[in-house]
Design a protein around this ligand. Structure first.
Ligand code: PLP
Length: 374
């Protein structure tokens, strides 16, 4: 089945008990069992699993083409769920340019678990090979990356990981399974912040890992999730499952709008650079064209006037709301350097745009007048 069909039907089966066409939510924290803890219907306690999360996991595994999936209370919980399950002494090679939460996890928490991390330019395959030569257990890619939209070559990274006996994990949040399927390109694990495009409405936090094989790695991470309890609540699982159904339609419009915004911004005199993999000038355009079906709804822009100009434009926008996060129906803008703390990795002149589903003429008009005012 095609992904548009899976997005609606995988995990969306008609409820056998009632005939309800949309999935029910089971809020129960505990499920009846026999006197010697014999399971009656497969469930025991919500921290370990519940029927709504089972449906969502099936939907995500089907859309990514994986054997199994685990769902978490946030995207960061999913990242932590994988990396903190590694044994002491494990080595992780990470992208230098990635979501700031991963950088903080690597700097402040993984070393305490005896997990060593090295951050490198993931678009430079020579640098990746050199970093892996020192030993690697997990190679982590985030493509397109947040917020610079760098493109990593998933198939090439998978080959390097294989050569070094490592796993390739890929954060597929920006692309969503609609635009990019890392497992088919050789990755072993796909990670999502389902808070973003999959949830799709800026009203539910969540994360997921999808595994190529339902083997020992899945079991270890599932065990840790069960015991540490970064569980996705059933109502959140239900909202996320609802998001899956409209993901294909939403992604198509996000992509069309973002491309139009990128084309508009690229020729504005106030703009120094537009980072959007759909632009032929983007250094990752050729790789993105090979591994993505379309280029997504995220872009970032650097202003000629530096930090002051970026803040002035952000302040003058009316339809683009100044807020963090991305992937919802409404357009958002964020000066990433301002939210990244004391030592921001993002350039001071950079604004990140999450291009929403408003009419493109209104979005362009908003950008035009904010650039004029800024
Ligand atoms: N990965 C990427 C690419 C993100 O953009 C984010 C959040 O912005 C995360 C992971 C973390 O997800 P969450 O905020 O759901 O914990």
């Amino acid at each position: 089945m095609r992904i548009e069909t899976l997005a609606i039907h995988a995990g969306g089966e008609v409820d056998a008990a009632t005939g309800a066409v949309t999935p029910p939510i089971h809020l129960a924290t505990t499920f009846r069992h026999g006197p010697a803890a014999e399971r009656v219907a497969g469930f025991e306690y919500q921290r370990e699993g519940d029927p709504t999360n089972v449906r969502l996991r099936a939907a995500l595994a089907a859309m990514e083409g994986g054997a199994s999936a685990l769902t978490f209370s946030s995207g960061m919980a999913a990242i932590d769920g994988l990396l903190s399950s590694l044994p002491a002494g494990a080595r992780v090679v990470l992208p230098r340019q990635c979501y700031s939460g991963l950088r903080v996890l690597a700097a402040e928490f993984l070393p305490g678990l005896g997990i060593a991390t090295t951050a490198i330019d993931m678009t430079d395959l020579g640098a990746v090979t050199a970093a892996c030569a020192g030993g690697v257990d997990v190679l982590w890619a985030e493509t397109p990356s947040n917020p610079l939209l760098e493109i990593a070559d998933i198939a090439a990274l998978a080959a390097i990981a294989r050569d070094h006996g490592a796993l390739l994990a890929c954060d597929n949040t920006f692309a969503s399974p609609l635009l990019q399927r890392p497992l088919a390109l050789g990755a072993d694990v796909v990670m999502h912040s389902t808070t973003k495009y999959i949830g799709g409405h800026s009203d539910v936090l969540g994360g997921a890992l999808v595994f190529r094989d339902a083997g020992a790695l899945h079991d270890r991470v599932a065990r840790r999730l069960h015991i540490t309890g970064a569980t996705l609540a059933p109502f959140s699982a239900w909202l996320t499952l609802r998001g899956c159904r409209s993901l294909p339609a939403r992604m198509a419009m996000h992509c069309a709008n973002a491309r139009a915004v990128a084309d508009f911004l690229a020729v504005q005199p106030q703009v120094a650079a537009v980072h959007y993999p759909g632009l032929a000038t983007h250094p990752g355009h050729a790789v993105a064209t090979c591994q993505m079906r379309d280029f997504g709804g995220m872009l970032s822009v650097q202003l000629r006037g530096g930090r002051d100009a970026a803040l002035a434009v952000a302040g003058a926008l009316r339809l683009f709301t100044n807020a963090t996060s991305l992937g919802g129906c409404e357009s958002l803008v964020e000066h990433r350097a301002s939210v990244e703390g004391a030592n921001p990795a993002s350039p001071q002149d950079l604004l990140r745009l999450s291009v929403g589903l408003e009419h493109i003429d209104d979005l362009v008009a908003d950008l035009r007048s904010a650039l004029a005012a800024g």
